[in-house]
Design a protein around this ligand. Structure first.
Ligand code: SF4
Length: 61
């Protein structure tokens, strides 16, 4: 079980299905995240992703 009690107020997030989401405050509980893109030539917001996302039921290595 991941401790998500920390709310990093520099990282607002609404992805409640993420293992690292602080659902009480709608912030990320990680200290840092990685943002990337799955596109070769990103042009809009939908082209970028939080690469630190882990599904709630995903087992961490
Ligand atoms: S890791 Fe990314 S998707 Fe998950 S809570 Fe943090 S910012 Fe949101």
């Amino acid at each position: 079980m991941v401790d998500t009690s920390f709310a990093n107020e520099s990282i607002r997030c609404t992805v409640t299905d993420c293992k690292f989401h602080n659902c009480d405050k709608n912030f990320c509980s990680l200290g840092t995240i990685t943002v990337g893109t799955h596109e070769s030539d990103p042009k809009e917001c939908q082209c970028v992703d939080c690469e630190s996302f882990k599904a709630k039921n995903e087992v961490l290595a």
